[in-house]
Ligand binder design. Structure first.
Ligand SMILES: NC(=O)c1ccc[n+]([C@@H]2O[C@H](COP(=O)([O-])OP(=O)(O)OC[C@H]3O[C@@H](n4cnc5c(N)ncnc54)[C@H](O)[C@@H]3O)[C@@H](O)[C@H]2O)c1
Length: 508
């Protein structure tokens, strides 16, 4: 795998960058893009967090002689959001905001060399030599009297696959990268292709269908999480696996990160959801110990450091504000759905489901600490610092901040929102300040540090006090304030509470 250096941006007409005015024109634009050169065409369906990183990685893939490997077409839905993502790619910019400028450069490179375009038109699928499916399969999740309930509706996902199966070339390589219920590629996706190919008079044996998963991590190493990371895959047939391997070798640094081939797509699908369930379970496990350490007046972080010296225990998780993001909050549910619906099991993945439940409730622990400290939160102004689900990223999907915010609002609190990366919280339809000074100027009575954004970690004790001298309570929900900083605040009439920091009980 080699990466192409960024090239100067070529001049383009405004028309070629804008959203199409008619399907006919757009169809012609796609056809003329494909005709520009004889490079294999890779179409990426879905321009979200994964799809954006994929089009970036594919844009800079090159052969050992320096020539590019692919031309790339990104496809998203014809909705306001989908069109916005498509427009961004067509202007040489990533569809997703990230702190990794390598993504911006890679997309500039592909676009500048006229090897990258995006569209909302499904016509693009007919040109794919390789089609990568990076669309979402959502889980509907809700609580009924503290019981976690969920449902998986395949209908939208099925339609998306049908749109591919109706137009794709007979001998294309199709790679399902979405996280799906195990069994889905073989039991649901393949039959869709089979039926469409029969209708179209094509030979299904010529299609190469594969499941593969990446470990995309938005953040500083966003692009590298595709190009320089381990990947798992499995084809429906040995020849599909061979084709997939050759494809991955062109944009993944397989010398350092060898590919892992599993025996079947269902094994690859299980691997993905088990991997995430394992992490979710580890996080949930530590929650009851967090509570115990707080009751016992013990610093759990110090304890964990001692335990981690034992190499078999080095990935033990730390106390925190909660678990969010698109994957850890749902993947165990996809697995459970598969077990009962695709494999007819009478039993559930009970421990994994219980972990999701524990993690969903975790932000209510910070809320409970606050309630215990103040009694009523009515009319209390609470500065929530961090609404994204992860440090130094702008992603708010299934953020634990949501549960905390709802609980505080139900108590009649006045919420002030800050985040270093998020200026609009789409799930709540709320603006979020990026200025800590502006939050401090509103004299919050409570400050909760929810996310380990670098900006929060860098605040020194003096600035912390200057910013939030009005606060009666500061909650450190994610190990952001060191003991040293905490001791500087003692004697200043601010009550400090730390999740997992039982030893702070004695501070005031
Ligand atoms: N985000 C991660 O870090 C990560 C990591 C590994 C795997 N995954 C999995 O990859 C998949 C995609 O995740 P994501 O985070 O990119 O999701 P996302 O919601 O950010 O992106 C999905 C994109 O697909 C588009 N889409 C939906 N239906 C479409 C259709 N019919 N045609 C074209 N585009 C369509 C959506 O509009 C959206 O832009 C999910 O299954 C997820 O579980 C995500």
């Amino acid at each position: 795998m080699h990466a192409i250096q960024q090239s100067p941006v070529s001049s383009k007409t405004a028309a070629s960058q804008s959203i199409h005015t008619s399907n006919q024109e757009e169809s012609e634009r796609i056809a003329s893009f494909v005709m520009k050169n004889t490079l294999p065409t890779v179409v990426v369906q879905g321009l979200g967090f994964v799809g954006t990183a994929m089009v970036a990685a594919l844009s800079i893939a090159q052969h050992s002689d320096g020539t590019p490997c692919f031309k790339v077409i990104g496809v998203d839905v014809d909705s306001e959001q989908g069109q916005r993502k498509v427009s961004k790619i067509n202007a040489g910019k990533p569809a997703i905001v990230s702190s990794d400028h390598n993504i911006d450069q890679a997309i500039q490179c592909g676009w500048g060399e006229e090897r990258l375009m995006a569209t909302t038109l499904v016509d693009a699928y007919q040109y794919a030599d390789v089609l990568v499916i990076d669309i979402n399969l959502d889980v509907q999740k809700w609580y009924d009297k503290n019981e976690l309930e969920y449902d998986v509706d395949l209908s939208i996902y099925r339609k998306a696959i049908e749109s591919v199966a109706e137009t794709i070339k007979e001998n294309a390589l199709v790679i399902v990268e979405s996280t799906v219920p195990p069994g889905m590629t073989e039991e649901v996706i393949y039959p869709i292709f089979e039926a469409a190919f029969e209708r179209r008079g094509l030979d299904i044996l010529k299609l190469s269908l594969v499941h593969s998963y990446e470990r995309v991590m938005p953040g500083a190493n966003y692009l590298k999480s595709i190009t320089d990371y381990y990947r798992v895959f499995a084809g429906m047939t040995p020849s599909a696996s061979v084709k997939a391997r050759r494809f991955f070798e062109q944009f993944i640094n397989v010398d350092e990160y060898p590919l892992t081939e599993l025996a079947s797509p269902r094994a690859s699908e299980i691997s993905k959801v088990l991997e995430n369930s394992y992490r979710a379970m580890n996080i949930a496990f530590i929650q009851e110990w967090t509570e115990f350490a707080e009751e016992a007046g013990v610093n759990l972080f110090e304890v964990l450091k001692a335990i981690k010296r034992r190499t078999t225990h080095s990935n033990i998780m730390a106390p925190g504000f909660g678990v969010g993001g698109y994957c850890l909050t749902k993947d165990s549910l996809l697995a459970d759905w598969s077990k009962t619906n695709l494999f007819g099991s009478a039993s559930h993945l009970e421990k994994s489901i219980a972990a999701v439940h524990t993690n969903d409730q975790m932000p209510l622990h910070s809320f409970g600490l606050l309630k215990k400290a103040l009694g009523s939160l009515e009319n209390t102004s609470i500065a929530l610092l961090g609404v994204s689900y992860l440090n130094d990223v702008a992603d708010t999907r299934s953020s634990p901040a949501d549960t905390f915010y709802e609980a505080c609002m139900a108590e009649g609190a006045n919420m002030l929102l800050h985040d270093s990366f998020v200026s609009y919280w789409p799930e709540r339809k709320l603006n979020v300040s990026n200025e800590l000074e502006a939050i401090g100027a509103q004299n919050p009575e409570v400050v909760i540090f929810a996310v380990r954004h670098s900006e929060y970690l860098q605040i020194d004790a003096e600035s912390l006090y200057r910013l939030f001298s009005s606060a009666k309570v500061i909650v450190d929900a994610n190990n952001i304030i060191s003991d040293e900083k905490a001791s500087c605040l003692s004697g200043k009439n601010i009550r400090l509470i730390g999740v997992g920091k039982g030893h702070w009980k004695t501070l005031l």
